[in-house]
Write a protein that binds this ligand. Structure first.
Ligand code: AMP
Length: 287
């Protein structure tokens, strides 16, 4: 496995490879778990060259967020990627991607101000900016993103369409632990009690899915009223619990019936102690 930190050398290498074979790319911030590794396995099915990046992107962290303390375990990550047969690991430093004078950023529009974006100003601008750079550096044909970050996946698909990027963006289902909690690098921050409380998140999502299938005539608010206490009673602090509709993740109105919505989707963000956890589920009948 090649390990490179120079954007220029990575770009040259990928351009050379691309003449012979397609490239599939998985961007990450490292501290890799089985969720990331499943994306890499998917990438291997898609193309004969697989590139992974590890970069904790300062542009997508707010001033009071966990950029400094975000877990960095590069050696362990390398071993995992090597054992999966990754061809190239791109591991730039902050100055490699944002040298003196860097100034252009991607504006993602309204979708970036909703859900997580309402609580993390400029987060998705930072994500879209780094992903556009990484797409340009890796020259990938395929890119695999997790549905765990469904809003991010949606924004990247929109970016790809809007900028006519010749890249097929693939969403991969959320990979979960035995108790169905979504795997996340941030789960490392949780105390045993907080980890137990986090177990309530997938239970609430599963209940929401069942409710949507059995009682599709109920309104969004009727559903949310049932779900909210199931999160807060277990010591989780609710940041948001929202239903969206359509591919643009538009906010559903409180009195919309679930069956009136196209592609209804439930999003949740909670704090377990000081750790912010997110998850989501489709409420559509066919998923
Ligand atoms: P991150 O390192 O958190 O930036 O995540 C890198 C990629 O892995 C993103 O596309 C995430 O959506 C994806 N990812 C993270 N956790 C999971 C998970 N539990 N299941 C599937 N994909 C995930």
């Amino acid at each position: 496995m090649l390990i490179l930190n120079s954007p220029e050398v990575t770009q040259e290498t990928c351009l050379r490879w691309k003449k012979e074979s397609p490239i599939a790319f998985v961007p990450t911030m490292g501290c890799l778990h089985e969720g990331h590794l499943e994306l890499v396995k998917k990438a291997k099915q898609l193309a004969s060259k697989v590139v992974v990046s590890i970069f904790v992107n300062p542009l997508q962290f707010g001033p009071n967020e966990d950029f400094e303390k975000y877990p960095r375990v590069f050696e362990q990550d390398c071993e995992k990627l090597k054992s999966l047969g990754v061809d190239l690991l791109f591991h730039p430093g902050v100055k490699d991607l944002y040298p003196e004078g860097f100034s252009t950023k991607v504006s993602v529009g309204d979708i970036g101000n909703r859900l997580c974006g309402a609580f993390r100003p400029n987060h998705f601008e930072g994500v879209a900016t780094v992903v556009l750079k990484l797409f340009s550096i890796t020259n990938c044909d395929f890119a695999v993103f997790g549905e765990k970050d469904f809003q991010q996946l949606t924004i990247i698909q929109q970016l790809t369409r809007d900028f006519n990027l010749p890249i097929c963006v693939i969403g991969h289902p959320t990979v979960r632990a035995e108790d169905a909690v979504a795997l996340s690098s941030r789960n490392h921050y949780l105390s045993p009690l907080e980890r137990e409380a986090a177990g309530q998140i997938p239970k609430v999502l599963e209940l929401a899915k069942r409710e949507a299938l059995q009682y599709p005539e109920q309104t969004v608010e009727q559903l949310l009223v049932k779900l909210r206490p199931l999160l807060t009673e277990h010591g989780l602090k609710l940041q948001y619990l929202e239903v969206t509709h359509s591919r643009q993740l538009l906010p559903a109105q409180a009195n919309d019936s679930l069956m009136s919505l196209a592609l209804p989707h439930l999003f949740v963000a909670v704090y377990a102690g000081t750790t912010r956890l997110i998850d989501n589920v489709s409420l559509a009948i066919d998923r």
